[in-house]
Design a protein around this ligand. Structure first.
Ligand SMILES: Nc1ncnc2c1ncn2[C@@H]1O[C@H](COP(=O)(O)OP(=O)(O)OP(=O)(O)O)[C@@H](O)[C@H]1O
Length: 666
């Protein structure tokens, strides 16, 4: 059964609008109540769509005025030519000039200007994208106009040949060449503008998603590696889905407009040749679109799964790369190969299904395209044979017929691309929703929380701590304070909740009850159990997380000496070396680099989760002495008995949430 989440439905449209709109028009604020959010977006979305229509009208009006101007200019430059062969055009332009249309065009441009000025607060800082969009639509019109002109040039060439009229033939060959010289750069500029707007949009949307991903610690809260997570592979969504979203949205939007223009320009020609063919063609296209959408619906969920499975496969490979040494020690190649192969097999199996459905759609598309091929000939040939139309009309009818057919068949012809697009819209829409702070907080059904309060010192008041989404109590009703170098050591058997208490102090976990008081984040530095080495230079490594701080190399040398790593700068020839630090430094060295970060940052509080477990006792002593010298107060988690001599109080945690707090005599 196809997954009902992935159909051509309202949810898809909502996901599309919420992802596409913000680059051009605000959808904020979002974190009000659910109802106002939906209302707000709807009102803004109508305004946004209204503005797009305003742009289209402005561009059409501009193009109209420009066409009239250019035709009159050309007529005054080449009066003979226009008198001979394009007399009809001049009559029509004169007709336009006598009608209210030019005034209407000018009024449309003025009103559009007024509307945009009135929307200044919403689009003021988005003028670049609106200008590019306007330019793009304008170029689209020009390219379309050139197409119509070319169709006439060919008609005149064919007719001139049939009448053996060499002069007119060569005249139009030259005209054709001149139009090409003009048209080619315009087409290239049009394509470039399209790509450029896509690129700018991609950059903006990626930044927009990155902001949300890193704000409110969503990257941590989402837990995207969990087995049953709704939001798998955020990396793929941010990198690949956004790229295809922006590109395809633009392509598709322009294709739709292109189709409308083609319809307008060629359906009139076709209609004048045969009303029945035009009507039949429309019914045929409606039938094709309905079938394509029905069959295509199945493809949306298959494409969705394909994106997920490909991302899983890639992530499997990245994990092997990141954990190469551990795997090599364990000789875990066979198992790793199996897990990667399993992921590959799943992706291939789904792809197999994808190509079966694609073939079914292909069969339909081919039939749909080839059957109507003969129709224009069947209709126009008798007219030609009876001498009612000239020879060139056959080619032009046929051309007009296929232009109209392809414009009406946009969805039918592109259904495969559309289903891929729908899949990535759904992936981005879901991701966007899950990044809303309300949604990831809401998922956790919590009746009570641990509250955090700003304070000069760290203190716990009646804190009961539980793991997220669990009833298990790790620590029950603990109260303590850590101030004025009354350093705290937390001990206990493995799994009793020592690191979890630090997570709660850091604000990562809040399941449970009670109050945690702590200074601002800038005054505390946490060293997690696994030393974290960033991608970057040795200098950035040492300055992390405040990599913008300016410190001299001499100072860095001094710090390295204190943490007993003075050989590092020499070994890597300065502080600008970039290495895969996780691989080139031993665990103990990584722990000392992490310690160096404390010495450089000089926080008021340091929270150390087994931060010296890989060091020898001598190094450990040296580092703790340095902390005391600096005047930093610290909380440590550790198993080693030697640690107690650097602390003044001990919190021992036992299974079942029991604990004991006592002073340490040193
Ligand atoms: N994200 C999580 N969700 C649910 N339970 C978790 C989560 N992370 C850890 N736990 C569980 O919470 C308990 C406490 O974990 P914690 O990491 O605090 O132990 P610890 O006392 O620091 O252990 P160790 O000394 O081995 O590091 C463990 O039983 C662990 O399995």
């Amino acid at each position: 059964m196809p997954d009902t989440r992935f159909q051509f439905n309202r949810q898809l449209v909502r996901h599309f609008i919420e992802t596409a709109q913000p680059y051009f028009f605000p959808t904020e604020p979002r974190d009000t109540t659910e109802t106002t959010k939906v209302k707000y977006i709807t009102k803004n979305t109508w305004t946004f769509l209204g503005l797009i229509i305003v742009v289209v009208f402005t561009v059409v009006s501009l193009a109209f005025l420009l066409t009239i101007g250019l035709t009159l200019l050309s007529n005054s430059l080449f009066p003979e030519f226009f008198g001979d062969v394009a007399g009809g055009l001049i009559t029509r332009v004169n007709g336009f000039l006598e009608s209210p249309l030019p005034y209407v065009a000018v009024i449309v441009i003025i009103i559009s200007g007024v509307i945009f000025v009135s929307q200044k607060s919403n689009v003021g800082n988005k003028w670049k994208q609106w200008s590019l969009l306007g330019l793009l639509l304008f170029l689209l019109l020009v390219v379309n106009g050139l197409n119509v002109i070319l169709s006439y040039a060919f008609r005149f060439i064919d007719t001139a040949l049939n009448q053996k009229n060499a002069d007119t033939f060569w005249q139009f060959m030259i005209i054709y060449g001149l139009i090409l010289v003009l048209a080619l750069p315009i087409i290239v500029i049009y394509r470039y503008t399209r790509l450029k707007l896509g690129l700018m949009w991609r950059e903006w949307l990626t930044q927009h998603f990155l902001n949300k991903y890193f704000n409110n610690r969503a990257y941590y809260e989402l837990d995207s590696n969990a087995i049953n997570t709704e939001v798998d592979n955020p990396d793929q969504r941010i990198t690949q889905d956004i790229t295809s979203f922006t590109k395809v949205t633009l392509d598709f939007l322009l294709d739709i407009l292109d189709s409308i223009l083609t319809l307008l320009s060629f359906s009139a020609i076709l209609y004048s040749l045969s009303k029945e063919v035009t009507g039949g063609l429309i019914i045929y296209a409606i039938f094709g679109t309905t079938v394509a959408l029905t069959v295509g619906s199945r493809l949306v969920s298959i494409n969705y799964n394909q994106l997920r499975l490909e991302a899983n496969f890639r992530y499997g490979m990245v994990r092997v790369r990141d954990n190469a040494e551990s795997i090599a020690f364990y000789r875990g190649e066979a198992l790793e190969r199996k897990q990667v192969t399993d992921r590959l097999t799943e992706a291939i199996r789904n792809f197999d299904l994808l190509i079966i459905w694609q073939s079914i759609i292909n069969l339909f598309q081919l039939g749909y395209q080839y059957f109507p091929r003969l129709i224009p000939y069947i209709i126009i040939a008798p007219l030609y044979l009876q001498g009612e139309v000239d020879f060139g009309a056959i080619g032009q009818t046929s051309f007009a017929f296929f232009q109209v057919l392809s414009a009406l068949s946009l969805i039918t012809n592109q259904i495969q691309g559309i289903t891929e697009f729908a899949a990535s819209i759904n992936r981005l829409g879901e991701f966007d929703e899950s990044l809303n702070p309300l949604s990831f907080k809401k998922e956790k059904i919590q009746t009570s929380f641990i509250h955090t309060q700003d304070s000069a010192d760290v203190a716990l008041e009646n804190v009961t701590l539980q793991p997220p989404n669990s009833d298990r109590i790790l620590i029950n009703d603990v109260s303590l304070n850590v101030r004025n170098h009354n350093n705290l050591l937390i001990m206990g058997a493995s799994g009793t909740g020592k690191s979890s208490l630090l997570r709660a102090i850091a604000g990562l976990w809040n399941s449970g009850d009670g109050i945690i008081k702590r200074p601002e984040s800038k005054d505390i530095l946490f060293l997690p159990q696994k030393p974290y080495m960033i991608l970057g230079t040795l200098r950035e490594q040492l300055l992390y997380p405040n990599t913008e701080n300016h410190v001299t190399d001499d100072y860095l040398e001094k710090v390295l000496e204190i943490v007993n790593l003075s050989h590092l700068s020499e070994r890597f020839k300065g502080f600008d070396a970039e290495e895969n630090w996780e691989n080139v430094l031993s665990l103990g060295e990584q722990q000392r680099v992490a310690f160096a970060r404390i010495l450089i940052t000089k926080p008021r509080y340091a929270i150390l989760d087994e931060a010296t477990s890989a060091l020898d006792v001598k190094n450990e002593e040296r580092l703790y002495q340095e902390l005391s010298h600096m005047g930093t107060t610290y909380i440590s988690v550790g198993h080693r008995p030697t640690l107690s001599q650097y602390h003044q109080q001990l919190l021992e945690i036992f299974d079942g949430g029991n604990w004991e707090l006592k002073g340490i005599e040193n």
